[in-house]
Design a protein around this ligand. Structure first.
Ligand SMILES: *[C@@H]1O[C@H](CO)[C@@H](O)[C@H](O)[C@H]1NC(C)=O
Length: 332
């Protein structure tokens, strides 16, 4: 955090303190030689065990022990009779940090499950730089195949696999897009992906955008030094940010979005350095003839969705309900 930051909104001091500590921890865990201090991170990245609460029940489901691939399943306990959409969720953290049971992302998935309501599947994908691209995407895709082919014990009967949404925040938003591309090339027997939800998704390019230049070192959570570090840790060694996984509709783009590529909703924040990259992504989808809904919260910083006390969180939930409802109706 920097001294004269044009802070996005009047944030409570407790929230500011939390963000200050989080930023410090992540910056300390990222080493200048491109590795991550995992033992240090482990001390601060608190985890939540699966449990049954009044309004939501969580369980962990193992997919492949050889690569520690599993997901946490969130089942709302109050809406048991109506069919519920299924949200396959990829947590944020620059492809480098956190897991499906990290407190921060566990809480987000619980809120989504209860408030939408929806059955949420949070994928514990492999992290960079120990496992670079495309490991995380393979994990995401394999979880969908697993859900499609196995008769899961404990999977709620009201989960409607005909209405699956791929969702994620930040790096997870990037994953949602790319896993949707992979899913579009596959024949599933039960799963039908009908929407993509990108919450401040992580895209980039070699060329800096206006928001990157204007907001670098002036806003919360992200700076160019940090995003460059994440891409370097994630991409194959020697690659640059025009790799099509980063710059989806850039000069080396190979994304052929199939006929069935679903509708996308993208949430953006006015104080997020990634905002203009997200706009460019939306424009690329539009040019490809796809349905895109852009939602911008002018005061929001990167990561606002971690804080349910902010009004933008409630706005996001309402917007998501609307999107899910519309896509569900279109695929009846
Ligand atoms: C990076 O730095 C850490 C801590 O100084 C060290 O333990 C590790 O071996 C280094 N890794 C590489 C690949 O240079």
């Amino acid at each position: 955090m920097t001294g004269n930051a044009p802070i996005s909104q009047d944030l409570p001091w407790t929230l500011r303190l939390f963000i200050f500590i989080l930023t410090f921890v992540l910056n300390t865990a990222r080493r200048s030689n491109g590795t991550v201090n995992r033992p240090f991170m482990k001390v601060f990245d608190s985890k939540t065990s699966p449990l049954k609460e009044a309004d939501v029940q969580t369980t962990d489901v193992i997919v492949d022990t050889t690569r520690d691939l599993w997901f946490r399943l969130f089942i709302p306990t109050t809406a048991t009779t109506t069919k519920l959409p299924v949200i396959i969720y990829f947590h944020g953290g620059g492809f480098v940090f956190f897991s499906a049971n990290s407190n921060l992302f566990e809480a987000i998935c619980k809120r989504l499950a209860v408030n939408l309501p929806a059955v949420v599947i949070s994928v514990n994908y492999r992290l960079s730089p120990e496992h670079r691209y495309p490991s995380a995407f393979e994990d995401g895709f394999d979880v969908i195949k697993f859900i499609d082919t196995s008769n899961l014990k404990g999977f709620p009967s009201n989960a409607d696999l005909n209405r699956c949404f791929l969702a994620g925040d930040s790096a997870g938003g990037n994953m949602a897009h790319h896993v949707a591309v992979m899913a579009g090339e596959h024949e599933f027997s039960k799963v039908k992906v009908i929407g993509i939800v990108g919450i401040q998704p992580f895209f980039g390019a070699v060329e800096r955008t206006e928001s990157e230049i204007r907001l670098d070192k002036k806003t919360l959570i992200l700076s160019l030094e940090i995003t460059d570090w994440y891409w370097k840790a994630f991409l194959p060694v020697g690659e640059n940010r025009d790799h099509p996984v980063v710059n989806v509709f850039g000069p080396r783009s190979e994304a052929v979005l199939g006929f069935n590529f679903p509708a996308t909703i993208v949430f953006m924040g006015g104080f997020d350095i990634l905002k203009d990259g997200q706009k460019r992504y939306c424009e690329g989808l539009k040019k490809a003839g796809k349905e895109v809904h852009m939602v911008e919260y002018p005061n929001a910083f990167h990561g606002f969705y971690c804080f349910p006390q902010l009004k933008e969180w409630s706005l996001l939930i309402d917007e998501l309900k609307d999107f899910i409802g519309k896509q569900s109706a279109a695929h009846q």
